[in-house]
Design a protein around this ligand. Structure first.
Ligand code: HEM
Ligand code: SF4
Ligand code: SF4
Length: 538
């Protein structure tokens, strides 16, 4: 004779009154008589009614795992002798477990929050290293630009297929994060699906919608990985563009894999949750099956309750820890664009593309020479710097551009200099600027906020003279950039330095410069002869 004991129920939920084998798919533990009698010493049988009544479960027989005899199944109700004590103990241990989880969650959240805030502080300080530039005028036009370019992804749709796929990731990211709010609150309060009772039926629609997006994000990430690594889109290939070698390629792949793992965790977590709901587990609110995770349920139906709960919890932790880690990681990655694309487009250049500004110090100097202005009493005797040698000489907007660049290479793909095999790649200009800025930021962080000269600079150590010279100032890179970055602006400022301070120019350029200075024209004729060409022209 075989007896059956719902061992799992006793030890995990501490509720001996519920210790009824319900034959509805819960975990079953089978014991032969000898073993059961041993176990029985710990329990007081309160009701053996199923043995004597017709509800006896003799519906099937099987081989006992322990005695290997063919045994009969019966259902026995029993209660723990130390019923109340055991119940209390289990309740306390469950509560302790819950509190431990909450503490761990708050620690993880606080730790990640601290690290992310620290990184944001460093990035903000690094951007503020740049020269002042007024980009606060005309707010209505700025908002409109931001709505059109960043929020509306206008330039992304210049390449419609990538545009649509990116749109799925973008919307998915923004909206799925609403669910993260619930996950965070659940983690802090020790609840499960906190919003379900508040939102009622709408909750199910909402989660279904999030699942739809999660599935979309998953598919798009797989396609993005494919186009990078299998079909090999030219502008993303490190073999073609040297600036992509090393970290940039790893970074791009890493983030796409991370998103795949996060979305898989989300969908399988929901599937495990649904199976637990079906089994009437009291901790899992009855919110129903969801559209996409519903397809994954068969993967979990053979799992025991214990394994399901463990899986659901692991997926939950993986999802939220993954998001926190992602939040920190993006501050080191090109994926910082997911936040910076918005302010970066707000502060777009609203003036005509490629327009160069006079240097106020030089203008003033010339005006003084021409008697058009008077020297200021306390004016510095020397101009700080002509053009830009290092990141600190660029404007704060150039530095924000560098942090916002997605490394998509659309600028480089459109650049005539790059196309014709010159050393210049506008994407590299942005990446070099960011790399140098990171070095300067780390240097300052390590030296109490002051930059200690490391004998290096953006000019020469990162961006070479040859790259700067190759630019035709055609503005194609500026036109192509989906987040209104201007690599050209950096190139022009560095060229100013190159020419005015380093006098680093080919002989023909130097001849042209002196002609401009002396004749106000690029040719070597005196001003008086400038209109000679028109003689005889009627
Ligand atoms: C806010 C949520 C956003 C998320 C989650 C997101 C995510 C991503 C991901 C995962 C990629 C990588 C594709 C790859 O490397 O193969 C990417 C690329 C890109 N993103 Fe975003 N993005 C977001 C917002 C934006 C915004 C607001 C813009 C501004 C228009 C933008 C512009 C770009 C561009 C230009 C690329 C390169 C696409 C290409 O390779 O052609 N993203 N984004
Ligand atoms: S402006 Fe210069 S860097 Fe930009 S696309 Fe034209 S040549 Fe290339
Ligand atoms: S500057 Fe713009 S176009 Fe060029 S790589 Fe960066 S985001 Fe892409």
């Amino acid at each position: 004779m075989l007896y059956q004991l719902s061992y799992f129920t006793i030890y995990f939920f501490g509720n001996p009154q519920c210790v009824i084998w319900d034959c509805k798919g819960r975990e079953k533990f089978y014991f032969c008589k000898t073993y059961f009698e041993k176990v029985l010493k710990k329990y007081k049988i309160v009701c053996l009614h199923t043995i004597f009544q017709t509800t006896i479960f003799v519906s099937f027989s099987f081989i006992c795992k322990l005695c290997l005899f063919k045994c009969l199944v019966v259902d026995i109700r029993f209660s723990n002798i130390n019923n109340q004590t055991s119940k209390d103990e289990h309740q306390i241990s469950n509560k302790n477990m819950q509190i431990l989880q909450q503490i761990l969650f708050v620690l993880a959240l606080g730790g990640a929050g601290f690290l992310i805030a620290n990184r944001i502080g460093i990035i903000k300080k690094s951007i503020q290293l740049g020269r002042a530039e007024d980009r606060y005028d005309n707010p209505s036009q700025r908002w409109a630009t931001m709505f059109r370019i960043a929020l509306g992804q206008k330039k992304m749709f210049d390449k419609p297929v990538v545009g649509i796929m990116h749109f799925v990731i973008y919307v998915g990211f923004v909206l799925i994060n609403v669910e993260v709010l619930e996950i965070i609150l659940d983690g802090i309060l020790g609840t499960h699906r906190l919003f379900a009772p508040i939102l009622g039926d709408f909750y199910r629609y909402l989660i279904n919608f999030f699942e739809f997006l999660a599935f979309g994000v998953l598919v798009v990430c797989v396609i993005f990985l494919t186009r990078r690594n299998i079909t090999k889109v030219q502008r993303l290939q490190p073999t073609r563009y040297r600036e992509l070698n090393g970290f940039p390629v790893i970074d791009a792949n890493r983030i796409l894999w991370a998103e795949i793992i996060l979305m898989t965790a989300l969908l399988t977590m929901n599937a495990a949750d649904s199976v637990l709901q079906d089994r009437g587990n009291e901790h899992y609110a009855q919110v129903g099956t969801f559209a996409f995770s519903g397809f994954l349920k068969p993967l979990f139906t053979s799992f025991s309750d214990t394994s399901l709960i463990a899986y659901e919890r692991i997926a939950w932790w993986l999802h939220i820890l993954g998001i926190l880690a992602f939040g920190l990681y993006v501050t080191y990655s090109k994926h910082l664009h997911i936040f910076l694309a918005f302010p970066n487009t707000y502060f777009s250049n609203l003036e005509p593309k490629g327009e160069m500004h006079n240097m106020p110090d030089v203008t003033k100097e010339v005006q003084i020479i021409l008697g058009m202005a008077q020297p200021e009493a306390n004016a510095p005797t020397e101009i700080a710097r002509f053009g830009a040698k290092d990141v600190k000489d660029l404007t704060w907007k150039n530095l924000m551009d560098a942090y916002s660049c997605t490394e998509c290479g659309r600028c480089t793909a459109a650049c005539p200099a790059s196309m014709t095999g010159k050393l210049l790649s506008p994407r590299k200009i942005m990446m070099d600027t960011r790399d140098r800025l990171e070095i300067v930021g780390a240097n300052m962080a390590a030296n109490g906020g002051n930059f200690v000269d490391d004998g290096k600079s953006l000019y020469g150590d990162h961006i070479l003279s040859e790259e700067l010279r190759a630019c035709t100032t055609c503005n194609a890179c500026v036109q192509e950039c989906p987040i209104n970055i201007s690599p050209l602006d950096i190139i022009l400022q560095m060229r100013r330095y190159q020419i005015m301070e380093e006098s680093d120019a080919p002989g023909s350029w130097n001849a042209m410069f002196s002609n401009l200075e002396n004749n106000q024209a690029p040719w070597k004729f005196s001003q008086g002869d400038r209109f000679n060409w028109a003689e005889g022209v009627k």
